[in-house]
Design a protein around this ligand. Structure first.
Ligand SMILES: Cc1cc2nc3c(=O)[nH]c(=O)nc-3n(C[C@H](O)[C@H](O)[C@H](O)COP(=O)(O)OP(=O)(O)OC[C@H]3O[C@@H](n4cnc5c(N)ncnc54)[C@H](O)[C@@H]3O)c2cc1C
Length: 493
């Protein structure tokens, strides 16, 4: 018997789910995507013949992608080249000091000692041990496994209790950092990891401190050709195992039909669908797609993760020494004020921390004859056309001026592409402009995130940044994979 799975959305969560189901015998898979190409937030744009990524800049936890490909019978390194740029990145502080991120923790610690002093280096190094312990305890039970519930933690017994203590959920990120680190610059480095899932370190559980280990201990990778290659590979592998992809076809409704579903979209209707995997934002599912009445508690009013103002500058090419793959430029010494702007005053930061990604160095992606695409991002609150009251042109001019003053770009380098949170909200329905779904601003966030299996709607699954285990490329890919684990249990026993 052949069963049909409909996947709503071709973001990385939908693509990974499609690959995972289509590689199982007995499933016909149709991915329906509103846009004219796959990738969702992992997007590309093109200016004067040069394509550049408009979304994520760094791939962490590539083992998750390797496993998704591996389970479908493919070897990722035959499809994609991952590499570690050298130097990886540079942190610049408002007092003029700086250090480079090395290819491994030891080199980074040495660089911190050279740039910021031995005390700062020791504090960073010791913090990495703490962050590593959290990751090792949290990853199997709360991140990579099924959606955690209080019941899961209890079922794990003593092991669960130990893991629960190791993940440090009762302190906030900020408290844990301030207890262990006194150097304000290293504090800024560590606090910034809250922004990796758009949260507020003053409230997010210290568990999220594990992200600094993921970045510095396990490491970040470049994807040869650009992050979008990852999207292309996931789609190509899906096609090789028989998944079908329909683009330019926004899904307009998902209707229950006995134990099956009917899916209606602009260019393709599906009847007798056994399983629906929703990669679109959960809020969009509840507000606009699901026609079965009760949404079984999915439409919670969660606090949203942050958004960003993003731009690409056509910048005169510089050597990797002068312009490394990634650069973080702290404009203020009191970095916490940035979070007060984002979460309390609900406005883009006054003196924003600026993130730069030189795409040629980060991903060996070719630029123009004399210039390279320099991706710029500053954090901003999630905003829609109804809620935004921001002069984006002024914000852009301010960021460019700051970069010129620091001589990070030349006087005639110019912005050739930009996207505001409002445009992001419009492009991704239900996201309300947030980059990573719900923020993790309470110690119970991991337990409140919608699970991959929708309880109460048999045959419906969620695979996206707005479901378990959360936002960011690897976790969304894992979300797709987990949704298929649940589907397999339900349909194949
Ligand atoms: C500027 C930026 C920088 C980022 N930086 C990083 C980073 O460095 N590292 C990192 O790990 N993550 C980063 N992220 C976050 C990461 O890109 C996202 O968490 C991830 O890509 C989201 O994937 P997803 O599976 O949730 O799907 P999404 O990307 O949200 O895609 C959902 C898809 O569903 C489609 N869809 C929605 N509604 C419908 C409908 N009705 N019918 C059909 N299709 C529909 C959409 O068109 C879209 O293609 C960044 C994101 C952005 C925007």
């Amino acid at each position: 018997m052949t069963r049909t799975a409909a996947i709503i959305g071709a973001g990385v969560g939908g693509l990974s789910a499609a690959l995972a189901v289509a590689s199982r015998p007995g499933w016909e898979v149709v991915v329906i995507e509103a846009a004219d190409s796959p990738g969702g937030k992992v997007g590309i744009a093109s200016v004067d013949g040069v394509e550049f990524d408009t979304g994520p800049s760094l791939l962490t936890l590539p083992s998750i992608v390797e496993e998704v490909a591996g389970q479908a019978g493919f070897q990722l390194d035959e499809e994609l080249t991952l590499f570690r740029p050298e130097p990886m990145g540079r942190y610049r502080f408002s007092d003029g000091t700086w250090f480079d991120v090395g290819p491994d923790r030891e080199t980074t610690v040495r660089n911190i000692a050279d740039g910021l002093g031995d005390g700062a280096a020791r504090q960073f190094d010791e913090f990495m041990d703490y962050a590593r312990r959290i990751w090792e305890a949290a990853a199997p039970h709360f991140v990579l496994g099924g959606s955690p519930t209080m019941g899961t933690a209890l079922k794990l017994g003593l092991k669960g209790l130990k893991a629960f203590r190791a993940i440090d959920p009762m302190s906030t990120m900020l408290e844990a950092i301030e207890t262990r680190v006194s150097d304000a610059r290293i504090q800024s480095v560590l606090l910034r990891y809250a922004t990796f899932n758009g949260s507020d370190p003053r409230r997010a559980p210290a568990t999220l401190n594990c992200i600094s280990w993921v970045d510095h201990g396990i490491g970040g990778w470049g994807v040869e050709g650009g992050m979008y290659r990852l999207v292309e590979v996931l789609e190509q592998l899906g096609k090789r195992v028989g998944a079908r992809y329909v683009y330019d076809s926004a899904v307009t409704s998902i209707q229950p039909d006995g134990r099956r579903f009917r899916v209606r979209s602009q260019r393709c209707d599906l009847d007798d669908v056994h399983a629906v995997i929703v990669n679109a934002d959960v809020r969009h599912l509840c507000d606009s797609l699901w026609e079965g009445g009760d949404d079984h508690g999915l439409s919670q009013d969660d606090e949203l993760s942050t958004s960003g103002f993003t731009a690409v500058i056509r910048a005169r090419r510089r050597s990797p020494k002068r312009r490394p793959a990634h650069e973080i430029v702290y404009e203020r010494s009191d970095y916490l004020e940035e979070f007060a702007d984002l979460f309390d005053r609900r406005r883009p930061p006054d003196e924003p921390t600026i993130y730069l990604c030189a795409r040629e160095k980060a991903h060996r992606a070719e630029g123009w004859a004399d210039e390279e695409p320099l991706f710029v991002m500053v954090n901003a609150p999630p905003m829609t056309a109804q809620t935004a009251d921001v002069d984006w042109a002024r914000l852009e001019a301010d960021v460019v001026e700051r970069l010129r003053r620091r001589e990070l770009i030349d006087a005639d380098d110019e912005v050739v592409w930009r996207r505001t949170p409002v445009e992001l909200a419009k492009r991704f329905p239900g996201s309300r402009g947030s980059l990573y779904g719900a923020a993790s601003n309470s110690r119970f966030s991991a337990f409140q995130r919608p699970a991959n299996r929708v309880d109460g709607i048999d045959g419906m699954y969620l695979a996206s940044g707005s479901a378990h285990p959360g936002g960011g490329v690897p976790l969304c890919i894992q979300s797709g994979r987990r949704a298929v684990v649940e589907l397999t249990e339900d349909f194949e026993g």
